[in-house]
Design a protein around this ligand. Structure first.
Ligand SMILES: Cc1cc2nc3c(=O)[nH]c(=O)nc-3n(C[C@H](O)[C@H](O)[C@H](O)COP(=O)(O)OP(=O)(O)OC[C@H]3O[C@@H](n4cnc5c(N)ncnc54)[C@H](O)[C@@H]3O)c2cc1C
Length: 458
């Protein structure tokens, strides 16, 4: 293919996103300079010297097309993902999931990048990507430095890109499955808003009230429960507005009651104000799960299950995911980036991977492909094109670009527009399964039309 281009792309970070972006661009005939810091300044989670290191589990999650991860993988494959190609070559048995031999996986990615004629890979802890782009004669930059971006680069981002909109911790509140709650003990109501008898489910918040005795006991258990110790690279410095619920419990009996468990404006149907309230906010458009507002926590998973099941209505609660707090650098994409994930202040500089506010290996790699795809269009003088919301990648990028309070997310069906089912009888679980199948089929059809419409070569 003849790509008339004298443009070079600088990529900072040869992790999941950076590796996939580099390979995509190079395969399209675009020159890439790839700079990676780990040999000079490895972070404490890194054990290997090679690219695209999986720092924790070796699983890239499900490959089944009717799961959200499977759907995203299908789209990444369509874009020629190196991560998935090598993932297949180095896979180990893991049922429906794609799990890999992490050492071989990283080694093969490294070899592929090193041997590609259009990729120049160098060791460098980048402290100023604009200067490095000048040095290597690059017109575009992708910053894909991940959740543990080096301090040099963090300072640069803070100074030139983000102002105060760069986060250093990921405080994840637990998400509880709606099906597992006892709704007879809960009530819908938004703070200071009248309850409308005819439309209580129209309220945004579901509330779990507590009396004094229940609250006191709950706070005591939160304070004494076992916590996950911080990693050696994680200093325990929290934003005051984002304190873990267990830290609040340690600060004093009433701290939570004057913060996220405040009952004011949440009087129940009889007009009675509870002593304290746990507020739950719909996590997705389907309302199949609820976020426990302000309940980010360092409690171990086992202790979270024990303590949270003390909440009235939560006796049999199951969780979509539990709470956590960990070191994670990410931007407020909605404020700082454009739809193609380029920086509003510096339009030739793009961000990809976890630093954009997605979470997970596959999700990070997929945004590397997304940005590379957008840069290829730009080099070929095509307009920025948003991906359709019905696709996994479109839904994921839409999430980071619209979520009011940034909170990194994995891909899940709740990010896609809901699908409607014809009226049918049957179990809830069957309907849920059918909805996922429909959403997956819809994504496939929409993607095929989108590629036909945006093809650069017809
Ligand atoms: C401790 C930990 C455990 C995790 N566990 C999982 C898990 O089990 N499953 C999962 O799906 N996700 C997990 N994640 C989340 C995340 O999805 C992965 O970290 C993923 O690798 C992110 O991809 P990325 O490409 O954005 O960043 P990374 O894969 O981290 O790649 C970023 C690269 O940039 C390099 N770099 C950083 N700063 C510079 C600089 N200034 N100059 C040059 N290079 C630089 C780094 O060395 C690194 O190689 C974990 C994250 C952490 C921190």
């Amino acid at each position: 293919m003849n790509v008339a281009n004298d443009k070079k792309v600088l990529i900072v970070g040869a992790g999941l996103a950076g590796s996939d972006a580099a390979y995509y661009l190079a395969e399209k005939g675009i020159n890439v300079v790839l700079l990676e810091s780990k040999k000079i300044n490895p972070n404490p989670a890194q054990k290997l010297k090679t690219s695209a290191e999986l720092v924790c589990t070796n699983s890239l999650k499900s490959t089944v097309p009717t799961t959200a991860h499977g759907l995203l993988k299908r789209e990444m494959k369509a874009l020629g993902s190196l991560v998935l190609k090598i993932g297949e070559e180095t896979k180990v048995p893991a049922g429906d999931a794609l799990a890999v031999d992490r050492v071989l996986f990283s080694k093969k990615i490294e070899e592929t990048l090193n041997s590609h004629p259009l990729i120049e890979k160098k060791d460098c802890d980048v402290d100023d990507p604009i200067e490095r782009a000048k040095e290597f004669g690059c017109s575009y930059i992708i910053v894909a430095t991940g959740p543990l971006t080096t301090p040099n680069m963090e300072s640069w981002i803070q100074k030139y890109v983000s102002d105060d909109d760069f986060y250093f911790y990921d405080a994840i509140a637990p998400v509880v499955d709606a099906d597992s709650l006892d709704f007879s003990k809960l009530y819908y109501k938004d703070r200071h808003k009248e309850l409308r008898e005819d439309d209580v489910e129209g309220a945004d918040y579901l509330n779990a009230p507590m009396n004094k005795e229940q609250y006191d006991e709950f706070i005591d258990e939160l304070a004494s429960a076992e916590k996950v110790p911080a990693q050696n690279f994680e200093e325990l410095k929290y934003f005051e507005s984002c304190l873990p619920i267990d830290t609040m419990a340690l600060r004093g009996k009433d701290t939570a009651r004057f913060s996220c468990m405040k009952p004011i404006g949440l009087e129940d149907k009889e007009g009675k104000r509870p002593y304290a309230v746990i507020q739950l906010r719909r996590e997705n458009l389907l309302g199949s799960s609820f976020n426990m507002v302000g309940f980010q926590t360092r409690l171990t998973y086992k202790e979270q299950l024990r303590v949270f099941r003390m909440i009235p209505g939560f006796e049999n609660a199951t969780f979509n995911h539990l709470g956590s707090i960990h070191r994670n650098s990410f931007l407020n994409a909605r404020k700082l980036l454009s739809d193609d994930l380029s920086c509003k202040k510096l339009p030739n500089l793009y961000f990809a991977g976890q630093i954009t506010g997605v979470e997970g290996y596959t999700e990070s790699a997929s945004t590397g492909l997304y940005v590379a795809w957008q840069i290829e269009r730009r080099i070929k003088e095509q307009q920025v094109k948003k991906w359709p919301l019905e696709t996994g990648l479109g839904a994921l990028v839409n999430y980071v670009m619209t979520v009011p309070k940034p909170s990194p997310s994995n891909i899940n069906f709740g990010l896609l527009p809901p699908v409607k089912l014809e009226k049918m009888r049957g179990k809830r679980s069957e309907k849920k399964k059918l909805k996922k199948e429909k959403a997956a089929l819809r994504a496939e059809a929409v993607l095929s039309d989108f590629f036909a419409e945006t093809s650069l070569y017809n």
